[in-house]
Design a protein around this ligand. Structure first.
Ligand SMILES: *Cc1c(COP(=O)(O)O)cnc(C)c1O
Length: 494
């Protein structure tokens, strides 16, 4: 399997090269040269998550030896996860919730970021790379911690995480700034997530700065969901969830299901789209957005327009106006040339229009307001005894809207992307309304939610609440490059 830039250019790369580079030189994303087809009856025999992961990922990472790939998988999906199934499916009301929050940091980012560091170090070794890799990551909250946890202490790597100052929850912030490890750095950026992400992308495509770093023995890579080493592991749990439903006789093998995904940067749902193209029986992929509903408009009428107000919502990991991974869907649907054209338009005017909307055949999109999210959490708790976090609640609400609108009778897999303990204030407010006092500390909120749910909070969250804050840097978006130079002790008169 070879990879090329989503914007063309004719160069091909092995998966190891693509993983190390993160982003293509022209700013495009690496896309696989073809989509492998799989036999679901064969894969169904792979009961264990790790065995299934191997049989899916080997198609994409064909330059890894069997031993290399298996080692990466075994190191990633171990006791760090508090569920033996890794990603269990729960039946709630008349839908199925795929819980992707059982990893070390209680968000779905763990699914990919617990394996990416192993892919990266394996790739570096076999490419005989001498440079130290510097992972640059912009985060809307969850990626940051999951990447820090994944990369902390990994030899030959440094990681620098940028998060929007004031744009993440108190627990997300605490999780990040308490991260230990000599090779980890956390920086707040004055701006929103898009400012941080745009800043990181700019630094990646800054050739001069890249050369300067190379002279100093450093090479940039990315842990953002644009890295192909993050996207591919996410395909696995869609197959795994489908097979769980077959095993429990909730569906028959081959039966088409609908999948609804709380969407931000479009990585999670793109993995579901890849699974569908590989042969997983999915009828409709439902994009669930919050008030930042740029994708809803795009899927409805083919116009992507980021020129709109950026709204801070109760589901901050989806507060995004530029969904990077959409570029891979454009590439799959319209090819290299069109993709490059649209991405140029996006960077010039913040807007593009696709010719015909083929995407509509596979996708549906809708959004939930903050009020609807709170109502959904409350209804679920009082009627079903299930507590969903705000992101999951967006998907549950949107999946209901979809069913109402289309009368679809398909079984519905709703993806749950975070533990409610990551967003205790919004969750408790929805359930208890005025009974919840104001200005409660993150610790008080966590204790309260433990009482309501009757379970202990995940250990990683409890640790973040009680550990010392180690990172306090705050910079303007113009100073992101300068702080990197500072951290790496690289001469700065660029
Ligand atoms: C990252 C994240 C999302 C969005 O996922 P994408 O792959 O960026 O679309 C949704 N919910 C939570 C909790 C997340 O951390």
């Amino acid at each position: 399997m070879q990879y090329r830039s989503s914007r063309g250019g004719g160069k091909e790369f092995s998966s190891k090269q693509a993983i190390i580079k993160g982003l293509a030189d022209d700013g495009g994303l690496f896309v696989p040269s073809r989509m492998p087809l799989v036999d679901i009856n064969f894969l169904y025999q792979k009961n264990d998550y790790k065995d299934l992961a191997f049989d899916i990922m080997r198609h994409f990472f064909s330059d890894f030896t069997e031993e290399e790939l298996k080692k990466c998988i075994v190191k990633a999906y171990d006791e760090k996860f508090d569920s033996e199934l890794i990603a269990p499916v729960e039946k709630v009301d008349d839908f199925y919730v795929l819980e992707l929050f059982h990893g070390a940091t209680s968000a779905f980012k763990d699914m990919a970021l617990s394996i990416l560091p192993h892919f990266l170090t394996t790739s570096m070794k076999s490419q005989k790379m001498d440079e130290e890799v510097v992972i640059l990551t912009a985060t809307s909250g969850d990626t940051g911690k999951a990447a820090l946890a994944g990369f902390s202490g990994v030899e030959g790597c440094k990681i620098i995480v940028f998060y929007p100052d004031g744009g993440v929850s108190e627990i997300q912030r605490k999780q990040m700034v308490t991260q230990e490890g000599e090779n980890v750095f956390v920086v707040a950026v004055k701006g929103n997530f898009d400012d941080a992400q745009t800043g990181v992308k700019k630094i990646f495509s800054d050739k001069k700065f890249g050369e300067k770093l190379l002279e100093n023995g450093y090479k940039f890579s990315s842990a953002n969901s644009i890295n192909i080493g993050r996207l591919v592991p996410q395909i696995v749990y869609y197959f795994h969830a489908y097979f769980q439903l077959v095993r429990k006789s909730e569906i028959n093998m081959g039966e088409r299901i609908d999948v609804c995904v709380p969407t931000g940067n479009f990585g999670n749902i793109l993995a579901a789209f890849y699974a569908m193209q590989m042969g997983l029986p999915i009828e409709k992929l439902i994009v669930a957005s919050n008030d930042n509903n740029v994708l809803v408009d795009f899927i409805k009428d083919g116009v992507y327009d980021k020129n709109r107000e950026f709204v801070l919502t109760s589901s901050p990991s989806m507060d995004i106006l530029v969904s990077s991974n959409l570029e891979r869907l454009l590439n799959f649907t319209y090819g290299d040339k069109e993709t490059k054209k649209h991405m140029d338009e996006l960077s010039k005017s913040g807007k593009y229009k696709t010719e015909n909307n083929m995407i509509k055949g596979c996708f549906y999109a809708d959004f939930s307001t903050v009020e609807e999210v709170a109502e959904t959490i409350s209804d679920l708790y009082w009627n079903e005894g299930y507590i969903a976090d705000t992101h999951t609640a967006v998907a549950i609400d949107v999946s209901k809207k979809y069913r109402q609108k289309t009368q679809s009778k398909n079984k519905m897999l709703v993806v749950s992307t975070a533990s409610p303990f990551k967003f205790p204030e919004a969750v408790l407010k929805a359930i208890m309304e005025d009974e919840l006092g104001d200005n409660l500390s993150a610790t008080a909120l966590t204790t309260k939610l433990e009482e309501v749910m009757g379970i202990k909070a995940p250990s990683g969250i409890l640790k973040a609440l009680t550990s010392e804050e180690l990172h306090d840097k705050v910079v303007s978006k113009e100073k992101m490059k300068a702080i990197i130079a500072d951290i790496l002790k690289v001469e700065q008169n660029l």
